[in-house]
Write a protein that binds this ligand. Structure first.
Ligand code: TUI
Length: 314
C-alpha cells in the first residue's frame, strides 16, 4: 500500500495532505478532505485567532477523522493562533513561510504533530534536531510563497538529510505525481492547487475557472525584489507589479500595492486585478469535483501507475 508509514503514523487512509491555503481552506474543505481519506488542513493565513478557533471547532463537528491547521508564520496573529492550536488539541499542524522552532516544544508536549514546510536542506536538518514529526519539502512549482529549488531536486536531498517522514509538495496534482514523489523517497504528498477546484472549496468561481483555464506557462512569480516570491496566475496585476519593479519603485510601495490582493482574487473573484495564487500544475486541473472524488481518482491512478511501472521493469 502506498505511503503506509505516514498513514499509520497519522491514522489516515491516503498519504495525501491538502495544502492549507489562506482564505480558501476553512473547515468545510478540510473536513471534506479528511472524510475522503486524506488529511484536511485549515489554512490560517492572515486570519485572527478567533476565526481559527471557530474553524477548528467546526471541523470537529463535521468529521471525527484527523485534521490539521496550517500556521502561516508571517501572520501578525501567529502567537495567539499557536495558543488556540494548543488549547484545542489540534492533531497536526503544518507551518509555512518561516522557522517554527520556538513553538515546537509546547506543541509536542500537547501531542500535536508538527510538519513544517521547508524549502531547503539546512532548515530541514535544523527542524529535525528540534524534534518535528515530519517535514513537507515544497518545491518552487507550488503556488503562493515559494523557495528557489524545484520539487524534483529538493525532495531527494531532504529525504537523504533526515530520518523522519518527508511529504513532497509542489507540482503534484494526480496519481503520476504521487508515484513520482514516492520514487524520490517521499512518504506522502501535499496537494494545493487541485483542491482549489474542489466543490467544497469556497474559492470564488472565477478563481476556480481561471485555474481550470490555465496552461503550463500561465503562472508567474511576483515579489522577487521584495524578498517574498509568490507564484500566481499570470494576469494584469502581475504585469503591473513587474513594470513597477522595473521602474525602481520602492519595496514599501510594492508591498503596499500587493496588500489585500489575494482575497480580492480568491474570495471576490477579481482574477485580473488581484493575486490568484496557483502552482505550475494548474495546467493539469480540468474540472470541479468533490474532494472525495479527487482523492479516490488520484489514488486509483497512483496504484495503476505503480503496477504499470512494475511490469515495465520486471
Ligand atoms: O507558506 C507557503 N505558502 C504561502 S504563505 C502565503 S501568505 C503570504 N503573504 C504575503 C507574503 C508572503 C506570504 C502564501 N503562500 N508555503 C510554505 C512555504 N514555506 N514555502 C516556502 C516556505 C519557507 C520559506 C522560508 C519556509 C521556511 C523558510 O525559512 C526561512 C528561515 O527562517 O529559515
Amino acid at each position: 500500500m502506498l505511503g503506509k508509514r505516514l498513514c499509520d503514523l497519522l491514522n489516515i487512509r491516503y498519504p495525501v495532505f491538502q495544502g492549507g491555503m489562506a482564505w480558501i481552506s476553512p473547515a468545510e474543505l478540510a473536513a471534506a478532505v479528511s472524510e475522503g481519506g486524506g488529511l484536511g488542513i485549515i489554512g490560517a493565513g492572515h486570519a485572527d485567532a478567533k476565526w481559527v478557533r471557530e474553524q477548528i471547532q467546526k471541523v470537529k463537528t463535521l468529521t471525527t477523522k484527523p485534521f490539521g491547521v496550517n500556521v502561516m508564520l508571517l501572520s501578525v496573529h501567529v502567537d495567539e493562533i499557536m495558543q488556540v492550536v494548543l488549547e484545542e488539541r489540534v492533531p497536526l499542524i503544518t507551518t509555512g513561510a518561516g522557522n517554527p522552532g520556538k513553538y515546537i516544544e509546547a506543541l509536542k508536549a500537547r501531542g500535536t504533530r508538527v510538519f513544517p514546510v521547508v524549502s531547503s536542506v539546512a532548515l530541514a536538518r535544523r527542524l529535525e534536531r528540534l524534534g518535528v514529526d515530519g517535514l513537507i519539502a515544497e518545491g518552487m512549482e507550488s503556488g503562493g510563497h515559494i523557495g528557489e529549488t524545484t520539487t524534483m531536486a529538493l525532495v531527494p536531498q531532504v529525504v537523504d538529510a533526515v530520518n523522519i517522514p518527508v511529504v513532497a509538495a509542489g507540482g503534484i496534482a494526480d496519481g503520476r505525481g504521487i508515484v513520482a514523489a514516492m520514487a524520490l523517497g517521499a512518504s506522502g504528498v501535499q496537494i494545493g492547487t487541485r483542491f482549489i477546484t474542489a466543490v467544497e472549496c469556497p474559492a470564488h468561481m472565477a478563481y476556480k475557472e481561471a485555474v481550470i483555464k490555465a496552461g503550463d506557462r500561465d503562472t508567474v512569480v511576483t515579489g522577487q525584489s521584495t524578498g517574498h516570491p509568490v507564484r500566481i496566475l499570470r494576469n494584469r496585476f502581475a504585469r503591473q507589479l513587474q513594470e513597477m519593479e522595473k521602474a525602481g519603485i520602492s519595496k514599501e510601495e510594492l508591498e503596499q500595492f500587493g496588500q489585500g490582493k489575494y482575497p480580492a482574487a480568491a474570495i471576490h473573484g477579481d482574477v485580473e486585478g488581484g493575486s490568484p495564487m496557483a502552482g505550475q500544475i494548474a495546467g493539469l486541473v480540468r474540472q470541479i469535483e468533490p474532494a472525495a472524488v479527487i482523492l479516490e481518482s488520484i489514488m486509483k491512478e497512483a496504484v495503476q501507475v505503480m503496477e504499470g511501472l512494475g511490469r515495465q521493469l520486471a
